[in-house]
Ligand binder design. Structure first.
Ligand SMILES: *Cc1c(COP(=O)(O)O)cnc(C)c1O
Length: 400
């Protein structure tokens, strides 16, 4: 079937909860994808950073195939031989004592919310059902009813009420606002070290470090959502490392499985994750052996192929190259590691038309918040890939 036929079919039968670019991808390898007509594109979204290791990484394909024949799911009613190894290796890699496995990112964030509340009642002594969690403007933490209850994105939130109470929103990057919002009932501060969905927004330098200090002084848990920022995207394993901060709790997902399979997790201390007793939280697929096998390998690939280092080096190269593009359309280019936002001027006519033009030239990028083009290729991209992409991007800005 042609792209046009498949697009028409999707529009008819698939719910319209996305507005994808009109490219129908059939196969992929590393940073490259091919459509059903055989045309090649550089993937500059990497499935929102789920394929940091590159598409169909041979090591992940192999582990996936091998494990499928052995054991895929036991449920946690019984033990499996891979969950202990996955938990130990991930805790050691990221510097935490304990881990709780889930599937989607939103489930990890829900787990973090539950952890904070329960910790608040059992350890901090907050009166029952009065725990508050402070969140940030512009946040993106997922799509469940509780999570959209503390979003300020009208598209994600409107018409899904009644909303879950217990969340207080402060301006992202504003330390004074955070200070003012903390009360004796504050259990946690939930924050993205860098906001991806918001358009690759970094808070002022020193913000996260000062926020961590504030949390510590007030016995408030610092919970960093590293689902998109973590696992190499910014040039370090966790984005919070850039500020020298070790959050009390982190959520990870996306690249945790290198795009093979939904795997997410919450990592924290024994004291904090210890609030969960048997039967108080769980997931049928959480910690399943297939997920454990593929995620163990995905983390090894990140380390052994030095993908953090490559993200840092290639990211600098990409950002510098983009800043040299001479065009009246670009306001500025921001980013860290291989996580880049090209912020267009209001009169540029919106980012979508640039993304459509980039697609025509073989680059898949995502428009965000009307005026921002986001570039976040798999961390395996080479200098040659980026040189080629910079040429094409330059051409698009010359012709539009
Ligand atoms: C993608 C994302 C989530 C949600 O993950 P899903 O797997 O889509 O549920 C949560 N937080 C952040 C920061 C994300 O980027």
């Amino acid at each position: 079937m042609t792209s046009a036929e498949l697009i028409a079919m999707e529009e008819q039968y698939g719910a319209h909860n996305y507005h994808p670019l009109d490219v129908v991808i059939e196969r992929a390898q590393g940073p490259w994808v091919w459509d059903v007509e055989g045309k090649r594109y550089l993937d500059c979204l990497a499935a929102y950073s789920a394929v940091n290791q590159g598409h169909c990484h041979p090591r992940l394909v192999k582990v996936m195939q091998d494990q499928v024949h052995k054991l895929t799911l036991t449920s946690r009613a019984f033990r499996n031989n891979l969950w202990p190894l996955f938990a130990k290796e991930t805790c050691e890699l990221l510097g935490y004592e304990m881990m709780l496995p889930m599937n989607s990112g939103a489930e990890a964030v829900e787990t973090a919310v539950k952890t904070a509340r329960k910790w608040g009642y059992l350890k901090k002594g907050i009166p029952l059902n009065q725990a508050e969690i402070i969140v940030c403007s512009g946040n993106f933490h997922g799509r469940t009813t509780t999570i959209v209850s503390f979003s300020d994105d009208p598209d994600g939130r409107d018409y899904y009420g009644p909303y879950t109470p217990g969340f207080v929103m402060v301006e992202y990057g504003n330390l004074e606002a955070l200070k003012k919002a903390i009360t004796p009932n504050t259990a946690a501060f939930l924050v993205e070290p860098i906001q991806g969905e918001s358009g690759v927004v970094s808070p002022p330098s020193g913000y996260l470090r000062a926020a961590a200090q504030l949390c510590k002084e007030n016995n408030v848990l610092l919970m960093c959502d590293e689902i998109q920022s973590g696992l190499g995207r910014t040039g370090t394993l966790l984005a919070s490392e850039h500020e020298g901060v070790k959050p009390d709790l982190i959520t990870i997902g996306k690249a945790l499985s290198g795009g093979m399979y939904p795997v997410s997790a919450v990592l924290s201390s024994r004291e904090i994750l210890g609030v969960f007793k048997p039967g108080t939280h769980g997931s049928t697929y959480g910690g399943n052996p297939l997920a454990c096998a593929v995620s163990r390998e995905a983390l090894r690939v990140l380390v052994e192929e030095k993908l953090c280092e490559n993200a840092a080096a290639m990211g600098d190269y990409l950002i510098n190259g983009l800043r040299r593009i001479d065009t009246p359309h670009i306001d500025f280019v921001r980013g860290i590691g291989l996580w880049v936002g090209i912020v267009l001027k209001p009169q540029a006519g919106g980012a979508r038309r640039f993304c459509v033009a980039l697609k025509e030239r073989g680059i898949l990028a995502k428009d965000t918040h009307t005026h921002i083009i986001r570039l976040a290729p798999p961390l395996v991209v080479t200098k040659a890939d980026i040189d080629w992409a910079l040429g094409e991007i330059g051409q698009v800005f010359k012709t539009l």
